[in-house]
Design a protein around this ligand. Structure first.
Ligand code: AMP
Length: 263
């Protein structure tokens, strides 16, 4: 296989999230499934190499939005830059999944996000290769010393990515105690040590379940009261679905995935 073809295959492989590992330790697993519907602006990177063995060299790939559902990268490909995200996995219940599907019938232009639902605890960060090992170690230690925490789904909210090239509908969640706040304070401090931006100052924890290309905030705004009404109806019938118990934190770095248990 030519280098270029191998790189493109790598791009397809690392698009999207996966959390195939269920182990409780500082597991590492590579995404095995590709769901083109939900994607970070991932970088086409070679397989992770242990620090010391070096990273394979590769050509810069010219971004072609047609190759990833029209989504536009929010940062340039650069050798040695690894797309990184800290998040928790979330699996919507059947009741919520069918509600999300019903929202999709109201907004057919949207793409549903069901298999890779998650709650982000960082922006999509760009980590330098030589910082990965110590960053991951510090994040692991922070995670392992943080108690498990709960969130409650409160309402539907519209989110746009930073370049406003994509719009998301998400289930906004409220923190039920101070654990998330403490975790985020420590995480933001850690990020600053690596010259990485903190999470949003007005952080709004959420589970994105549908996305559209472009800035569709104005179009979607008028639907929010109806969507909230139907969400509250579902949650009143399935009250337990309102609560989300976070027991693990994931960190995706390039095509490598880490999963650690909270204390
Ligand atoms: P996510 O589902 O975590 O990928 O988030 C969807 C989008 O929401 C991301 O592109 C974020 O940049 C965006 N977003 C906008 N405002 C906020 C906020 N206040 N808190 C969290 N995410 C936000």
């Amino acid at each position: 296989m030519s280098t270029k073809i191998a790189q493109m295959a790598g791009l397809k492989l690392i698009e999207g999230y996966s959390s195939s590992s269920d182990d409780d330790d500082d597991d590492v697993s590579r995404p095995e499934t590709v769901d083109k519907k939900i994607n970070l602006n991932s970088l086409p990177l070679p397989k992770f190499a242990p620090v010391g063995t070096g990273v394979e060299h590769y050509e810069t790939i010219v971004d072609n939005p047609e190759e990833h559902d029209g989504r536009v990268r929010s940062f340039k490909h650069e050798r040695g830059n690894w797309a990184t995200l800290v998040y928790a996995d979330y699996k919507p219940s059947e009741a919520l999944q069918s509600w999300m599907t019903s929202v999709n019938t109201i907004i057919p232009a949207g793409t549903l996000i069901l298999n890779d639902s998650h709650l982000s605890f960082s922006r999509t960060l760009i980590l330098k290769y030589h910082w990965i090992e110590s960053f991951v170690e510090s994040l692991r230690d922070l995670t392992r010393s943080t108690p498990k925490f709960n969130l409650q789904i409160t309402n539907v909210k519209i989110y746009c990515n930073e370049g406003r090239t994509r719009t998301f509908l998400g289930l906004e969640c409220q923190c039920l105690d101070q654990t998330v706040t403490h975790y985020m304070t420590s995480l933001n401090k850690l990020l600053s040590e690596y010259q990485l931006p903190p999470f949003y100052e007005d952080a709004s924890y959420h589970i994105s379940f549908l996305w559209l290309l472009g800035d569709k905030e104005e179009d979607l705004k008028k639907l929010i009261p109806t969507l909230n009404e139907s969400l509250f109806d579902i949650l009143s019938k399935h009250f337990e679905n309102s609560y989300i118990n976070i027991e693990h934190i994931h960190c995706k770095v390039g095509n490598k995935l880490y999963k650690w248990p909270l204390r």
